[in-house]
Design a protein around this ligand. Structure first.
Ligand code: PHE
Length: 336
């Protein structure tokens, strides 16, 4: 009996059908009242009592497999077997496989979301910019090295048309359009002429924030950035600020996040990792954008989305974000 069950099982696994009639014939052959499975069931009576349990289980298994196989065959011919009059040209081609969002998009959306809870709204701007919006309006002196060919990709010279090197240009475009209070969060792709390595790329993504109103202070900035760090990295996150320099903010700082690990190779064992630049908007920048620095003050911050995503997901090589290998991309599911 067991041998017979095994034989049928192998037979069932190999079944094929190319249209609905053939599937129906198979169903009758195996699963109908007079089918081979029922015949076996009838024989079950004669199985010695001590083997009933084992044989019973095998029989049930065979039945389930046969039902499954025949249902699967039906499904396949159902999708293929459309006579010419039934041809449905609106059907999606199959198999349709769903993609997942790119990890950088996931992190960008998360950051936008966090700041929108603090009242920031989304602003975007062009990737091809002029000198004014990327440098001059942001208080970059004419001889500043960032304007140099080494950093900036120029498209035209005199007047300079270039690929933006940072999202701070969106700050300028926002100040042109809007009077204070201003509270915007600006994500975007930026370009710098850098050698590609595990930690740098000539194309990467930044997200920048700008808040201008009466009486905005450094303390407001610290609190907002601490809130951000806790939302992204968890309640245990702490930040530290270290003096830095940017032409468009004064004072400026780098906000560092405690990575929590002693000797982790991302922070090179210091425990701290710089995650963003920030500072109080320089009065010269406010003036250049027709905002009265006597009345208004503000803070700005900017960070690389790749870096935040690397920290968040433990990705060690930034180039992975650009290769678009589906084996890498499929690991990032928003449900995680
Ligand atoms: N734009 C700066 C950069 O590209 C980051 C920054 C933005 C710093 C805003 C301070 C304030 O590095």
């Amino acid at each position: 009996m067991i041998a017979k069950i095994q034989e049928l099982l192998e037979e069932v696994e190999k079944l094929k059908a190319s249209n609905l009639e053939e599937v129906e014939a198979l169903r009758i052959k195996y699963l109908s009242k007079k089918g081979s499975l029922n015949a076996l069931m009838a024989d079950f009576r004669n199985v010695p009592a001590e083997m009933k349990k084992e044989v019973g289980m095998k029989l049930n298994d065979l039945k389930a497999k046969a039902q499954e196989k025949i249902a699967a065959l039906k499904e396949v011919v159902d999708t293929q077997d459309c006579g010419t009059d039934e041809l449905d040209l609106t059907r999606t081609a199959y198999p349709v496989s769903l993609g997942t969002r790119h990890p950088l998009t996931i992190v960008k959306n998360e950051i936008v979301d966090i700041f929108s809870r603090l009242g920031f709204t989304l602003a975007e701007g062009p990737e091809i910019e002029d000198d004014w919006h990327v440098f001059s309006a942001l208080n970059f002196p004419p001889e500043h090295p960032a304007r140099d060919m080494q950093d900036t990709f120029f498209i035209e010279k005199d007047p300079d048309i270039l690929l933006r090197t940072h999202t701070s240009s969106i700050q300028v475009r926002t100040m042109e359009r809007q009077k204070p209070p201003i509270r915007v969060i600006c994500p975007g792709r930026v370009f710098r002429n850098e050698a590609i390595s595990y930690r740098a790329h000539c194309i990467f993504h930044q997200i920048e924030g700008l808040y201008i109103d009466e009486g905005v202070s450094f303390a407001d900035m610290k609190q907002s950035l601490l809130y951000f760090a806790k939302e992204v990295f968890g309640e245990q996150a702490v930040i530290r600020m270290r003096p830095s320099y940017f032409p468009f903010t004064e004072p400026s700082a780098e906000s560092c996040n405690l990575c929590g690990g002693k000797g982790c190779n991302v922070c090179k064992g210091t425990g701290w990792l710089e995650i963003m630049g920030c500072g109080m908007v320089d009065p010269n920048v406010l003036k250049a954008n027709n905002i009265d620095p006597e009345k208004y003050s503000g803070f700005a911050f900017g960070m690389g989305i790749e870096r935040i995503a690397m920290l968040k997901y433990g990705v060690k090589d930034l180039r992975l974000y650009f290769e678009n290998d589906v084996r890498f991309l499929h690991q990032f599911d928003e449900a995680l």
